[in-house]
Design a protein around this ligand. Structure first.
Ligand code: VGL
Ligand code: ZN
Length: 197
């Protein structure tokens, strides 16, 4: 089996001081860097939204963390975050990016959010990551990063549904944990056959 490490959204806006800060989001960085040596491939994802993105509360004159209905289903409205080219969208300064074979960006479609590294939130528009992994014969994935209950969860569940052997290293993830989202995410990942360690 060819085993890749998939590092989800370790970006300034998800770390303390950022626009959508995840508690202790920065504390996982040294452990992720150390883990990279154990994998045949390292892939990083980067949340990458245009200004005025449809997932931003400000775009709808709504309160951050409120819900809206999109053509593809319910959507949390977030504070503006990870705007293309901004410092908030940059990787945490201590994250080792040199080991990355691929950096995959997501959330660039103005009308559709993309939590998963595989499909946008309409669950049909692909990011291209599946094809990349299959053509490189990568069949096993370990996921780490931010946030456990959103982008890690959606990526892990999609990967399992696509037939990859998927593990989430929970020690090297941190959650937003909003409205029961962390418990729901753990259940969803387990139901999809994702191993949580
Ligand atoms: C994420 C909310 C909005 C994440 C990205 O990386 O988990 N969460 N955009
Ligand atoms: Zn986002």
């Amino acid at each position: 089996m060819t085993h890749a490490l998939l590092v989800i959204d370790v970006q300034n806006d998800f770390c303390p001081g950022g626009a959508l800060a995840v508690t202790e989001g920065d504390q996982i960085v040294p452990g992720i860097n150390a883990l990279m040596a154990e994998f045949e491939a390292v892939i990083l994802t980067q949340d990458w939204h245009p200004a005025g993105h449809s997932s931003f509360a400000s775009t709808h004159d709504a309160d951050p963390m409120s819900m809206t209905e999109m053509p593809y289903g319910p959507q949390v409205l977030w504070p503006d975050h990870c705007i293309q080219g901004s410092l908030g969208a940059a990787f945490h300064a201590d994250l080792t990016t040199d080991r990355a074979d691929l950096i995959i960006r997501k959330g660039y479609n103005p009308a559709i959010d993309s939590y998963s590294a595989f499909f946008e939130n309409d669950k049909t528009t692909p990011t291209g990551l599946e094809g990349y992994l299959r053509t490189r014969k990568i069949d096993k994935l370990t996921l780490v990063g931010l946030a456990t209950d959103f982008c890690v969860n959606y990526s892990a569940v999609d990967a399992a549904k696509l037939g990859f052997d998927v593990t989430v290293n929970m020690d090297l993830c941190r959650a937003i944990d909003f409205d029961g989202s962390l418990d729901a995410a753990k259940s969803a990942m387990q139901a999809a056959g994702v191993k949580l360690t």
